[in-house]
Design a binder for this molecule. Structure first.
Ligand SMILES: Nc1ncnc2c1ncn2[C@@H]1O[C@H](COP(=O)(O)OP(=O)(O)OP(=O)(O)O)[C@@H](O)[C@H]1O
Length: 685
């Protein structure tokens, strides 16, 4: 006996009787037709149930709309007929017979379309929606309905869109966005989106520096309030007329001294000392901010070795800093060596090294150098050892990073960290992660100190210097929050500086400078040009005009000539010093009341350093920039972007020059002669 009764599908009972496939398909068709009829009935019942509501249009309105639709249909039909006739004409006229077959088929197609449209227009009272539903019943593909809708009219098209949106809400949003007021559908969906602003994210040490107050006179600190400076140095400071430290000195001196609190061998707490970066305005006293703590740190040294290296971009700057070191090391037993190329290599070698019984002996504790000559000594001077180097000071650091000279740094680092194992008791390794192994052996750390009035805040650039846990002291961050430095660096200008610009023509520029000195009695004036040629021509012209003590300063002159020019200017023997940017950075000339930018500088950093030759050490100063009309807009924008205080427009009337002009014209003619002679001389050489 069977436990289960299994029902097997044996096919439709009726089908079994029907043997021919033709009769089966007839039955299927009948069923489908029946289903379609039922659906049609259901839809018509639904439509009848629709009551007019305040949101739906009234029957009157609908019928009017239907009328409109019908009239639209007639119009489109007419147009299509015309099109077909025209096309037929064109095609028959066309000489190209290859397309004839295609033409015929397309014509037939269009005629068919017209016929179908005629059948739909036979029932003018049928609503567009109904027709669409019928279409849909015939064709199950919704995309086909959309195409049919497009052929009917725009309102119908809209209905279809709303039906589609019911199924896909996201799609509906997109399509509604793409529609304009005139119901015109824009394909593509390229809606404009607000572009997100790129935020500059600085590392914490750059974003949150130790703030250095910019106003010198309001933030003076008595020198005895800064701890850690020995009485000998304090006495020296006072004898030089320094009773107060400037804000940058009051902040930076203790920070450097902190790193040598436990001697030269280790930093605070036995750790490698942090590197220090200082960004403070021109003339704010950055030189003493490193000279004093460095001398203080070296006072207890026993053996003379090169422990401090100061690198500066130009000879003149190196001489200037060397002078300050000489002044404060006097009577301390510490020795300062100059490696600047001012003298021959051999003369420099004998000044810094001496042969002793067991090799070479250093004659300098502090070396002040220019990068080029430093590399020469690293490569060519026997016994030039930097194994004891404790401080590397980079003044005008942004210039040193930007310039080609930064190859010197890699050479220097190589010398400092290589050769440590050649019988040297303190093995030196580059700073890195603190491990038990590298803490066991004592080693002299190399601490880097960077100084500039326009220190870059670009971490990528600073990274090239291989800084170890750097600490930043900056005046730039005194900006209010809404003026925080952005992608473009912002800088602090000296408090006592007043800036002007003068609109002029190229021809009037020399007359302006003459007017400044002869009529307005500005003296001494430091005047900057953008090239050696312009500096030289202007120098010759002023000299030919007469009545003004003038000198030039550029790389065209020999070092001794440049030195003499600076000395004469400092001593007041010269009223007007015409210079290239060779004197723009760092040069500290007392008593410069006025700086003139004869040529407008191209970069904001150049401008800051040029005008920074006046208004130094908390004093007042004037800066004038001669601008051609086309330069004005860009120049003023550059200053604004850098956070400069207001720059005033100085108007100088043309009648001021009338007295000067006749003599000026004569001088110009003479200048032509002289420059010709000079050119001929050069060719001869
Ligand atoms: N504490 C002080 N008291 C009085 N004068 C000072 C003091 N410190 C520095 N000075 C003087 O201020 C002037 C400017 O100093 P310094 O040359 O060091 O400026 P700086 O910040 O290096 O400028 P720059 O960025 O242009 O190189 C110098 O003449 C210096 O002698």
């Amino acid at each position: 006996m069977a436990l289960f009764h299994i029902n097997r599908y044996l096919g439709d009972e009726n089908d079994a009787d029907q043997t021919s496939s033709e009769s089966r398909s007839k039955v299927l068709l009948a069923r489908l037709q029946e289903q379609a009829r039922i659906r049609q009935q259901q839809n018509s019942v639904l439509q009848e149930d629709d009551r007019p509501s305040p949101h739906t249009p009234s029957k009157k309105k609908i019928s009017r709309r239907e009328k409109d639709e019908n009239s639209d249909l007639h119009e489109t039909k007419k147009k299509k007929k015309e099109e077909v006739n025209q096309e037929g004409k064109i095609r028959t006229d066309s000489p190209d017979t290859s397309d004839q077959g295609e033409n015929c088929s397309s014509l037939k197609k269009k005629k068919k379309e017209l016929e179908t449209e005629q059948t739909t227009s036979v029932e003018p009272n049928k609503s567009a929606k109904k027709r669409k539903q019928e279409d849909r019943q015939q064709d199950p593909d919704p995309s086909h309905h959309l195409e049919g809708g497009e052929k009917l009219d725009v309102s119908q098209h809209e209905d279809e869109h709303t039906e589609v949106t019911k199924e896909h809400p996201d799609q509906s949003r997109q399509t509604s966005e793409q529609k304009t007021d005139s119901d015109f559908t824009i394909l593509g969906g390229f809606a404009s989106k607000p572009v997100q602003k790129v935020q500059v994210v600085l590392p914490q040490w750059l974003a949150q520096p130790d703030v250095v107050q910019r106003d010198i006179n309001k933030n003076l600190v008595p020198i005895r309030h800064v701890t850690g400076i020995c009485p000998q140095l304090l006495a020296k400071l006072e004898s030089n007329g320094i009773h107060h430290f400037f804000p940058v000195q009051a902040e930076v001196i203790p920070a450097i001294l902190e790193g040598v609190g436990d001697g030269l061998l280790v930093g605070r707490g036995g750790y490698w000392p942090r590197d220090i970066c200082v960004s403070a305005p021109t003339g704010s006293g950055k030189t003493l901010a490193f000279v004093i703590p460095i001398i203080q740190a070296l006072l207890k040294r026993v053996v003379c070795e090169i422990r401090v290296l100061v690198v500066l971009p130009t000879k003149e700057l190196a001489q200037q800093v060397g002078k300050v070191f000489h002044c404060y090391t006097e009577g301390t037993g510490l020795k300062v060596g100059m490696v600047t190329g001012q003298r021959s290599l051999a003369a420099e070698q004998t000044s810094i090294l001496e042969r002793s019984g067991c090799g070479w002996r250093s004659l300098a504790d502090i070396i002040v150098a220019t990068p080029g000559r430093l590399v020469d000594h690293i490569n060519m001077t026997e016994g030039f050892s930097l194994q004891h180097l404790r401080f590397l000071i980079i003044d005008e650091a942004d210039r040193m990073i930007d310039s080609m000279h930064h190859v010197w740094l890699s050479q220097l680092t190589k010398v400092v960290y290589s050769g440590s194992d050649k019988g040297f008791i303190f093995r030196r390794t580059e700073p890195g992660a603190i491990t038990a192994a590298n803490q066991l052996q004592p080693q002299i750390p190399l601490q880097k100190l960077l100084f500039s009035a326009t220190l870059t805040q670009n971490p990528e650039k600073l990274q090239r210097l291989g800084l170890y846990q750097p600490r930043l002291f900056s005046s730039t961050h005194c900006f209010p929050l809404d003026l925080e430095p952005g992608p473009q660096d912002r800088f602090i200008f000296p408090e006592g500086l007043t800036q002007y610009y003068v609109s002029c023509t190229l021809r009037k520029k020399p007359l302006l400078i003459l007017h400044f000195i002869l009529r307005l009695k500005f003296s001494p004036v430091l005047c900057f040009t953008n090239s050696r040629e312009v500096a030289h021509r202007l120098y010759l012209l002023v000299k030919l005009f007469g009545g003004i003590q003038v000198a030039e300063f550029s790389s065209q002159l020999s070092p001794t000539e440049r030195k003499r020019a600076l000395k004469d200017f400092e001593q007041g023997k010269i009223q007007l010093l015409i210079s290239t940017d060779a004197a723009a950075r760092g040069i500290d000339i007392e008593g410069v009341k006025c700086v003139v930018n004869y040529d407008a500088p191209q970069f904001i950093r150049t401008y800051i350093h040029r005008v920074g030759r006046t208004a130094r050490a908390g004093k007042a100063g004037l800066a004038f920039t001669f601008l051609l009309e086309i330069q004005e807009k860009l120049f003023l924008q550059m200053l604004k972007d850098a956070g400069s205080p207001e720059i005033h427009k100085q108007i100088i009337k043309a009648e001021n020059f009338t007295v000067l002009e006749p003599h000026y014209e004569k001088s110009l003619l003479e200048l032509k002669k002289i420059t010709k002679e000079e050119k001929a001389k050069k060719k001869h050489i």
